[in-house]
Design a protein around this ligand. Sequence first.
Ligand code: NI
Length: 444
Amino acid sequence: MGFSWWLSMIIICHLLAATLISSDTSLSSNKLSPTSSEFLNFAKKREVFDWMVGIRRKLHENPELLYEEFQTSELIRRELDTLGVSYKYPIAVTGVVGYIGTGRPPFVAIRADIDALPIQEMVEWEHKSKVPGKMHACGHDAHVTMLLGAAKILKQREKDIQGTVVLVFQPAEEGGAGAKKMLAAGALENVAAIFGLHVMPNIPIGEVGSRSGPFMAGSGFFEAVISGRGGHAALPQHSIDPILAASNVIVSLQHLVSREADPLDSRVVTIAKFQGGGAFNVIPDSVTIGGTFRSFSKESFVQLRQRIEQVITGQAAVQRCNATINFFEENAFYPATVNDGKLHEHFRQVVGDMLGEEKVNEVKPMMGSEDFSFYQEVIPGYFFFIGMADASLGQLESLHSPNFRVNEDVLPYGAALHASLASSYLLQLQQNVKVAEGMGHDEL
Ligand code: NI
């Protein structure tokens, strides 16, 4: 413990020294400052802000669903070309990975998800979605824009970057496990850490929210077909009623959390789908139910999955029905989003320098999920919310609402935070190497 305290004091001293150097020498400094309010000022400049707003609105007008983000991907590559950023494409169908800096280690990644949702936009405005039934209702259009904004900021300072910033434009966050495919394609090879963000309607603009450790739940989905024997509704003795069987299954499933789980180990089982029958006087052959289950630990997750299967098949059998269950394992299981403790400290420091310590809201864990968690299973990762609330805009609707709106004032904050988190973490990694090298000499 004493050793790590001593080491961190050395790192802090180095960081302070770098800060002093760069505050003296503005853009011509040879070190990237970890205090990056100048990044924010740059991103807020009228021409940079207008450029970002233009990109975001273009994306908003042309939403594309998971693994179909071809125009989105093309726009990203066009902007990277204009900025002079090299990239790899295609990765995971439509994904793009850009590189800014020395092209050598250390590598630190910043990530944006790029897909939209199958939702009909209800907001009437000039740049409403032009595609019926599809909408950027989760703000991923803003995420793409902020990552491009970060690229613009970092490109200005490329010669000062102490390593390489990896820009991860990832498809299919919404139910397609795009992060898993990006990893399988080698997008994060040799990357030391990754940062990701999500716009949040209920956190004030200019503020952020996050926490160390478990942040968002792991999630799974399931669908079950419960089959009986259809017949006349007036002669139930000649049928096997799958509607009653499914009803009992649903009630029994609600016991998994209330009676089998530790009350202090948060879990959710929700049946969100119940389809069966079509006439007042017909007992149908089968019923389809489906839903989601959530937990923070892997053990709880595995246990829930196993018990859901047992309860559905067992309870259906009690009612003389058969059940088949699909857990969509390939794409539907997302691990819990767990933030690295050291990266949390780095985040607090960067936000504190840029916006003030009081702008960091420690938020409670939530049962929503995010496929950023796949990255965190492999390397240290950090995910945070970036606020959009502004009284002058009225109440902003929640994520996934057909009335969802983005407060575009968030764009400079996201761009500057991305750029600052990555570049100052690279600097920190280099300082660690230098400290370690220095220690080696002392020992000799
Ligand atoms: Ni989202």
